[in-house]
Design a protein around this ligand. Structure first.
Ligand code: ADE
Length: 231
């Protein structure tokens, strides 16, 4: 998220919504009569989906692959690399379903497919819960295609993303201190996150996020009900 511009659209999701996308992907796999022996869930975004899809399809073989986007010392590139190689024998001769949360550029899932195919797997198919039009790779199974590019805030990293988003809007708006109302105002202005949408998806979370931002020393409370970035 750190290499994004300071204004972009965000969509906040919840567990129910994402779970229904896992069900949709599973229904498509079943309808296709594809019966994978193992699911490879890409870390970290594909883990929840991988576990749920195992349940929907009645599978118990679930493994993981961690994709990273680093080239050198904290320098990001478009080329994803594999952080933890898969244990010997995890996919050899097996039909594999690779799952991730979202295909944005499509680089991660494409690279994962090549990696798994290089390990003498049987048939290898790919799935993502969401697909953006920016993706150069089209997975075999997609929960939904988004019309417009957005940063999707998933429930499993809600706090992580909201800490980044709120500290980002505070830096951009450049005021001395921010009330909750100010924060909501700038989330709307810079990220199209409206109060009702956020409260429906993730009710009563703003206080929790601000408390966590204080604990992580990202913000301090300057006066009761107002926060400023720690520089
Ligand atoms: N990871 C990569 N692209 C993303 C996006 N648009 N939303 C959420 N997570 C992502």
């Amino acid at each position: 998220m750190s290499d994004l511009p300071d204004e972009f659209k965000c969509t906040i999701t919840n567990w129910e919504y994402i779970y229904s996308l896992c069900r949709d992907v599973s229904d498509d796999v079943r309808r296709d009569e594809f019966e994978p022996d193992v699911i490879v869930a890409l870390a970290r975004g594909g883990w929840f989906a991988g576990r749920c899809i195992c349940d929907f399809l009645g599978m118990d073989d679930l493994t993981s692959l961690k994709m990273e986007h680093y080239v050198g010392t904290a320098e990001k590139s478009g080329e994803p690399t594999i952080r933890y190689p898969m244990p010997e024998g995890s996919v050899e001769g097996k039909d594999v379903l690779i799952i991730d949360d979202i295909a944005d550029t499509g680089g991660s899932i494409k690279r994962a497919q090549e990696y798994v195919e290089d390990r003498e797997a049987g048939e290898v198919r790919t799935a993502t819960l969401q697909l953006l039009q920016t993706s150069e790779f089209e997975p075999d199974y997609v929960g939904e295609q988004l019309e417009e590019w957005a940063w999707v805030v998933y429930p499993w990293n809600f706090i992580e993303d909201m800490v980044d988003l709120i500290s980002g809007v505070m830096a951009k708006a450049d005021e001395d201190a921010f009330s909750k109302r100010d924060i909501r105002h700038y989330l709307k202005e810079y990220h199209e996150v409206d109060r009702i949408g956020m409260e429906i998806a993730q009710p009563n979370r703003l206080t929790e996020i601000l408390t966590e931002m204080e604990r992580r020393e990202v913000v301090t409370m300057t006066t009761p009900g107002e926060w400023a970035l720690v520089d």
